[in-house]
Design a protein around this ligand. Structure first.
Ligand SMILES: [Zn+2]
Length: 413
């Protein structure tokens, strides 16, 4: 077996084993703490709600185990299992003369295959897991129309990008990866600018906030914190799920504040203000810009690596592809890089949690720690988020600190 195949298989096996181990630990930990509400939450959360959160977490984690295994099997089938090689050969028979168009078709076919594998898992999450816990508000019709819309938007945005990538790889000389990095970065900035105004409304309805008292209050907070926004909106999150949320989106002049209708229903004005102050904290600490900068740096390194890998025969052969080509290099790279970056996950999660603490501290200063605390406890309760995650599982994956640690910090703020 080629050395690179051995390395790939060993790393893939390691990621699957670690995922399974963390998931099993998490399930055991949540179940062991199912019988008692942690003392800090005993006044606000009933035993019933706590047990519902435990059962919901366990169900979601079991689904994640299945997902992890399915994705690993799919990746094996595509690469060393020869499916990509077969796809490439099949399109070669249909289109023998144009490597460029064949490349586009091979990559699109591979994405169609992965999406087809994801559909049953998404369906199960919404209509079995969320349904059982009363969170799913989607109908089958909506599921299908969302799927079609996502596919069309994905094709409309992804296909030109794919054409640009293959065209640069083919004709832009040895620095193609640098040009592609510029195109990719520009594309991402454009997406950030147009997403709130053009893409999000395809999936949800956004209405201006009409509650005048709340509006005045939020505008006062925005002014006090030195923010301008292009309006306050309410999103019909309740049409798909009863999970509540709020976000501050866009950048430059397209910034807008969006509240899920489900959040406005459950929190009072004090608590809504505190949640928004937390979101503003992310902006004030430049978390969004830093995340974008990190993404640009990562894609720069990734594309530079791909610029080198495209000329290495062992990269293709080690992953089950006999004939090197630009499109295969790109596709293999997109498919297998998550296996090689899996071990960076705890670092990124830790960084995200650090940002959450900073945003909480900002909210405590500019609004109220007490109100944020009450709001968070309500959200944990209503979203059935577990209060007792396994510490290692949480450290590895969670972008938000565990409830108990987060609340404890706010108490001392
Ligand atoms: Zn946050």
């Amino acid at each position: 077996m080629p050395i690179f195949t051995t390395l790939f298989l060993a790393l893939l096996a390691a990621t699957v084993i670690i995922r399974l181990w963390l998931a099993t630990r998490h399930i055991a930990h949540v179940q062991a703490h199912r019988h008692q509400v942690p003392a800090a939450f005993a006044a606000a959360i009933s035993l019933d709600a706590h047990q519902k959160a435990a059962d919901y977490s366990v169900s979601k984690t079991r689904l994640a185990i299945i997902e992890g295994i399915v994705q690993a099997v799919l990746l094996l089938a595509l690469t060393v299992g020869g499916v990509l090689q077969w796809l490439d050969a099949s399109w070669h028979n249909t289109l023998p003369d144009s490597e460029f168009h064949r490349g586009v078709l091979v990559i699109l076919s591979a994405f169609v295959i992965s999406s087809l594998v994801d559909i049953p898992l998404d369906y199960y999450k919404a209509f079995v897991v969320d349904q059982r816990f009363g969170f799913n508000k989607m109908t089958h019709g909506m599921f299908v129309s969302d799927l079609l819309k996502h596919t069309l938007v994905g094709l409309a945005l992804g296909t030109p990008l794919l054409f640009a990538a293959l065209w640069l790889m083919q004709g832009a000389g040895s620095a193609w990866w640098l040009y592609l990095w510029v195109v990719w970065s520009a594309f991402n900035l454009l997406m950030l600018a147009v997403y709130p105004t053009f893409i999000a409304p395809l999936f949800n309805k956004f209405q201006p906030l009409t509650d005048e008292a709340l509006k005045t209050r939020i505008e006062t907070l925005l002014t006090k914190c030195g923010f301008k926004s292009q309006g306050l909106f309410v999103m019909d999150g309740s049409s798909r799920s009863s999970h509540g949320n709020a976000y501050f989106t866009g950048f430059g002049s397209s910034k807008r504040v969006v509240f899920f209708d489900t959040l406005l229903e459950r929190l009072d004005a004090d608590e809504i203000e505190a949640v928004l102050a937390h979101e503003l904290g992310h902006f004030r600490h430049h978390h969004v810009i830093k995340r974008i900068a990190l993404m640009f740096a990562a894609s720069f390194a990734g594309l530079a690596l791909l610029g080198w890998l495209v000329g290495q025969t062992w990269f293709y052969n080690g992953l089950g592809v006999a004939t090197p080509s630009n499109h295969m290099a790109l596709l293999l790279f997109l498919l297998v890089s998550p296996v090689f970056t899996f071990f960076l996950r705890p670092l990124l999660s830790g960084y995200a949690r650090k940002n959450e603490f900073e945003a909480d501290a900002y909210a405590a200063t500019h609004s109220s720690a007490k109100h944020l605390e009450v709001a968070l406890v309500k959200l944990y309760r209503d979203n059935a988020s577990t209060l007792t995650p396994d510490p290692l599982h949480s450290a590895f994956y969670d972008s938000h600190p565990p409830a108990s640690i987060r609340i404890a910090r706010l108490e001392t703020a």
